[in-house]
Structure formats: C-alpha cells, structure tokens
Design a protein. Structure first.
Length: 206
C-alpha cells in the first residue's frame, strides 16, 4: 500500500544527528517554496540560518535534507497525501540541521495552484513549537517509530488514524489541540508509552 516511492529522497548524504537543540526565537518564521515533488525553489534567510545550509546548497535539493531520523515515515506520508489533495497540513516536525543538531517547528502550507486549480507547488511556513506540545508529540512519534521498526509504515499510519478517530478530530485539529494544551498525556493515557532503552537502541539498529 505504501512504499519509499511515496517520499522524495535526497541524494545528499545525511548528516549524523546529535542530541543538541537549536532553539528558535518567538518571531522566527522559516519559509521555503518547493515544487510538486518537494524540491526547494526558494527559501528565506531564517531557514538558511537555522538549517545551516547556504542558499546554493539548499536550492534544488529535496526538502528532506532537513528530515530528522526521529520522525516517523507515516507522518510524511500523511503530509504528502494531504497537501497533494490541495488541503493544508499543520504539523509538529523535528528537523535536522546541517551540523546534526535538531530544531522543532510548527509547519503550515500554502498550496500553490494553476488556473485549473491543480497544485503546482507548496510554500511552507514554520514557527517555534511550544515545549509542552513537543513533549507530548515526542511520545507519539516514538510509538510510531517503534511500530515502523517492529512492523512497517502502514501499521504506523493506521495507529495514527486510530488515534485521531478515538479523539474525534482531524490531524490538523489534533495538532491544534496539542499546541493549546487541550490534549495531554493524561488524555492519551494507555495509548502511548515512553520508549524503553531497548526500543531506543533498536531503532538505530534497524
């Protein structure tokens, strides 16, 4: 049902992730414009500053040069499915800078369309994510990554859909409620658990 072909991949060697955070300022907005396949056509100075790529390095590359290995593949499948249908996707995303450090953002999309209403590209706007929201979403993503390691991406995607169905919300509504603190670990008690040390080791061996 789902495969790696659903995700544009970069030919650039991935930089090794290190456990050090780049903290965004409250007024930082990271903007990129990509074509339909996800290749970067334009980006603002804030994106370059935080991601630590030069403009020449970023332009023409697939946007997943900043994809962090802690991110579940199923989230990006959901994202591409949503924006390719012409709908906005709001997500909490952990990104990877060129030096291996990470940074968290809340992402929204502006869908670019031609005269016939067909998507021609996407403009993504990223802003600082709240600490409380990150702590909860980290648990959800860890659960999804564990499922992907133990089973496959389809199982992880189905876990996400089941979670949304239980909460009676769309993904965008779910993220909005997480950011506002309306959905907490108590709300999801029994659905998500912190990864064990063995699970943390396992995902790096997969």
């Amino acid at each position: 049902m789902y495969s790696e072909k659903d995700f544009p991949r970069t030919t650039r060697e991935k930089h090794k992730a290190v456990n050090k955070e780049i903290k965004l300022n409250e007024d930082d907005v990271l903007i990129t414009k990509t074509d339909k396949s996800g290749r970067i056509e334009e980006c603002n100075d804030n994106f370059l500053k935080i991601s630590q790529y030069t403009r020449d390095e970023a332009i023409g590359e697939p946007h997943n040069i900043v994809r962090h290995p802690d991110m579940p593949k199923a989230i990006f499948y959901y994202m591409w499915k949503t924006i390719n249908s012409g709908r906005n996707f709001t997500g909490l995303v952990k990104n990877l800078a060129k030096d291996g450090k990470y940074y968290w953002v809340v992402t929204d999309f502006d869908i670019q369309k031609d005269e016939m209403g067909k998507s021609t590209g996407f403009i993504a706007y990223r802003s600082k994510a709240k600490h409380q929201a990150i702590k909860l979403i980290e648990l959800i993503y860890a659960e999804m990554k564990e499922i992907e390691w133990r089973e496959d991406m389809e199982a992880s995607y189905n876990f996400l859909l089941e979670l949304l169905t239980e909460q009676g919300v769309t993904y965008n509504e779910f993220i909005e409620k997480v950011v506002k603190g309306e959905i907490t670990t108590e709300t999801l008690q029994g659905k998500i658990t912190p990864p064990t040390p063995l699970q943390r080791i396992g995902k790096f061996l997969s």
